[in-house]
Write a protein that binds this ligand. Structure first.
Ligand SMILES: [Cu+2]
Length: 484
């Protein structure tokens, strides 16, 4: 039987209502409290009130060590329904924090409790999965420190990236959905005959990528990009030791912006992507699609100078970042506008990544074609599973499942599956033992294959992590047999 998504949502909502509340799991010891609150940040000299997730101590998000239990009471102090999804964790599905799928949202002044082993470890994050709240900056770091990272003794710096607009998220979405004349769609850049390869990471002659309005790259024109809530006009400065190594944990928490991480002349070493270890890869620049994370170890310059860690919007000159400053080093101001636009994100770097802890080798039990579909002028996006829009990916517990994601649209889609992480196994027909991830970018006219082991029965969200694409329909579920 095939359920429409509406039917499915209604069914799971009533299921959720009949189950014992997660509050029954409340334990007094070791529990951290996290509050959804309104807070004021300053963007380019002006105050902005936005949502946030903080502990009573003021700590942003959650940081735990490998082996600890994720034991959190989440209090909603906002005046709207809300909640948080623990992105990249593999909890019991009822604790996944996706409203109307894993459970009901949290009403104002109510709370929900979560308790499960904090795994898999690594750089994760948390964000609201309710409406467009993520664009209202309802996101925070969720760091599960690996024993290896703790033992290394390296200083760690978390950099969480966001895209900021003075406009209300609902207004941004409304404008995107307004019918547009075709002329406005092509804007002289990146459209039409662009091949997959030309997204591969170089500026092409004649391509106007500096306009900041490349429709195929960025739907939304933002007012600022933030790193840890701040712009380069007033960046966060971390004190570090001269010549020391620092482990960067970089999180792309933007609603609708892919970034290129720029280390300048310094070569860094990628240790993990989406929190999962890869064979170390040397980089000076690294693509970070929406919702992806990367851990990079950098060594501070021997001459004792400061090192900016920058993130530039895909196809844009606008950038943000943080500064690593050894004692006594001068901090020079860095412009929020770079001289060169960041290239479009491709999969050239993805193809170089090799999982350090790949999935065990075994045959595929089920292969599921998932076409990413859309109509840019109507701003409608979709996922056709087995050629049908609105149906879930159905799996059985214990299966090795392959997802064949084929992008039929002119925009790239950062595809995220909740629950177990997947391994990238093939891009456009080229097979390789790629990274284990929870988000993979699928550029236009590209087919990406991933595999995962269906080890966590329930109903899991599977969607494009571009917030507006998801809101406009690029959303499906993975449903285990017995849950449909
Ligand atoms: Cu998308």
């Amino acid at each position: 039987m095939h359920l429409s998504r509406r039917t499915l949502l209604a069914a799971t909502a009533s299921l959720a209502a009949g189950l014992p509340s997660t509050q029954a799991l409340a334990q007094a010891s070791g529990r951290k409290t996290l509050r959804l609150i309104n807070r004021v940040i300053e963007v380019n000299g002006k105050p902005a009130t936005r949502y946030g997730a903080f502990q009573p101590s003021g700590a942003w998000g959650i940081s735990l060590n490998e082996g600890e239990t994720f034991d959190v009471r989440l209090e909603n102090q906002l005046d709207v329904l809300s909640g948080l999804h623990w992105h990249g964790l593999n909890p019991p599905w009822r604790q996944d924090g996706v409203p109307y799928i894993s459970g009901p949202p949290i009403a104002p002044s109510k709370f929900a409790d979560y308790s499960f082993p904090a795994q898999p470890v690594g750089t994760r994050w948390m964000h609201s999965h309710f409406g467009l709240q993520e664009q209202n900056l309802l996101a925070a770091p969720l760091i599960l420190r690996e024993q290896s990272a703790i033992r290394s003794g390296l200083q760690e710096v978390v950099m969480l990236l966001e895209d900021f607009s003075w406009r209300k998220p609902s207004l941004i979405f409304e404008e995107l959905r307004k019918p547009k004349p075709m002329a406005a769609m092509t804007g002289g850049n990146m459209s039409g005959g662009m091949s997959t390869l030309s997204r591969g990471g170089m500026n092409m002659p004649g391509m106007n990528m500096s306009s900041g309005h490349g429709m195929d790259l960025n739907d939304v024109t933002y007012d600022a990009f933030l790193a840890n809530d701040r712009t380069l006009a007033d960046p966060q400065v971390f004190d570090v030791e001269k010549g020391a190594e620092v482990r960067l944990r970089i999180i792309n928490a933007a609603a609708s912006t892919n970034f290129m991480i720029e280390l300048g002349n310094v070569e860094g070493t990628v240790l993990t992507v989406d929190g999962n270890p890869v064979v170390p890869l040397k980089v000076r620049q690294f693509p970070l699609a929406i919702a992806q994370r990367v851990d990079i170890v950098v060594r501070l310059p021997a001459d004792g100078s400061a090192l900016p860690i920058l993130a530039r919007g895909e196809g844009l000159t606008m950038q943000t970042g943080v500064i690593l400053r050894p004692r006594g080093a001068a901090v020079t101001k860095i412009a929020e506008t770079a001289e060169m636009a960041a290239p479009a994100l491709g999969l050239m770097d993805e193809m170089k990544l090799r999982a350090a802890q790949p999935l065990p080798s075994r045959p595929i039990d089920r292969s599921v074609p998932v076409d990413l579909t859309g109509n840019m002028s109507a701003y409608v996006w979709g996922m056709a599973v087995h050629g049908m829009e609105g149906v879930p990916v159905t799996v059985e517990k214990g299966e090795r499942v392959e997802l064949v994601m084929r992008n039929t649209t002119m925009m790239a889609h950062p595809m995220h599956m909740h629950g177990p992480s997947f391994q990238v196994t093939e891009i456009n027909g080229q097979a390789f033992p790629g990274a284990v991830r929870d988000v993979v970018l699928v550029p236009p006219r590209t087919t990406v294959k991933v595999v995962f082991d269906a080890d966590n029965p329930g109903i899991w969200a599977f969607h494009c992590h571009n917030l507006y694409h998801m809101a406009a329909g690029m959303f499906a579920t993975v449903v285990y047999r017995g849950f449909n």
